[in-house]
Design a protein around this ligand. Structure first.
Ligand SMILES: [Zn+2]
Ligand SMILES: [Zn+2]
Length: 282
């Protein structure tokens, strides 16, 4: 099984690999550029070489990148929609160059224009993007969201709605975030509830669309629609849910990535990963 965490690229993309190694990750998630700015610094050949060298040397792989928080593919405002589109497309190209197989993005916010209209704008942008990208090997993943504000993607039906409107969806997948679906009102702690939630996911979206799982406990209660990550077993979700997930045979090849709080030394990642691995039944 592949367990890992989101690691910082501060100082260069190759640093995320070293941090992943230090944190005992099998695999990592990273940003491919600064996540809080539109600007993207070019990655030069030296940085790229070092990145691939370190992957080879450490055995730590990069399963996915996470896109910038500024992007809103559902924006009704033309300039912001265009900036979001250009930015996400550039991130797809950067992932392709970095040989990262997946790019996760939050579908978007309709900001008062209505859910269907927002989802239609997202699907239209994805169609356009897949039409324009050249030699693309990257899967674009819609992330399940908590449903805060006017965020879209907080029900499995909404994700399915968008996927169905993409003409060629062969490079389109889903990232399931435990904290987000719990906050959105999908129970996963009791084994019976977990089974039911996963059956819904499979019936509505299809389990074969699932390519990454974000493993986060929640600082907020069930159905709160608030997105606040907590250490594994320390939040309202509780350890049982994670036991269900790591022992679900259908998910054994899906990278499971922590996005939980941490300090410079990454001791929290080490502890959370050790805990997750200990839940796997032999
Ligand atoms: Zn997430
Ligand atoms: Zn979150």
């Amino acid at each position: 099984m592949l367990f890992g965490a989101h690691e910082s690229i501060s100082g260069g993309v190759f640093n995320a690999i070293e941090r992943g190694k230090k944190a005992t990750c099998d695999t990592i998630q990273m940003f491919n550029k600064s996540n809080s700015q539109w600007r993207a610094k070019k990655i030069d050949q030296k940085e790229l070489d070092k990145y691939f060298e370190l992957i080879e040397e450490t055995g730590v792989t990069v399963s996915t990148s996470h896109s910038s928080y500024l992007i809103n593919m559902a924006s009704p405002k033309k300039p912001l929609n265009k900036m979001s589109y250009d930015s996400l497309k550039l991130e797809m190209e950067r992932c392709n160059m970095l040989k990262i197989p997946n790019l996760v993005f939050h579908p978007g916010s309709h900001v008062g224009t209505g859910e269907e209209e927002g989802m239609d704008r997202i699907a239209k942008n994805i169609n356009k993007m897949f039409g324009e990208l050249k030699d693309n090997n990257v899967h674009l993943l819609l992330e399940t969201t908590a449903g805060q504000g006017t965020n879209l993607g907080y029900t499995f039906e909404q994700l399915s709605y968008m996927i169905k409107r993409v003409k060629d969806s062969s490079q389109l997948g889903v990232c399931l975030d435990t904290c987000h679906i719990f906050a959105a009102g999908y129970p996963i702690s009791d084994p019976k509830d977990y089974k039911k939630t996963m059956k819904q996911f499979d019936d509505i979206i299809g389990i074969d669309r699932l390519r990454i799982i974000h493993m986060n406990d929640s600082k907020k209660e069930f159905g709160s629609k608030r997105d606040r990550h907590e250490h594994i077993g320390k939040g309202f979700i509780g350890i049982e849910a994670f036991k269900n997930i790591v022992n679900d045979k259908r998910l054994k090849n899906i990278p499971m990535i922590l996005e939980t709080p941490k300090e410079e030394e990454l001791l929290e990642d080490i502890k959370n990963l050790k805990l997750l691995r200990s839940l796997v039944k032999k």
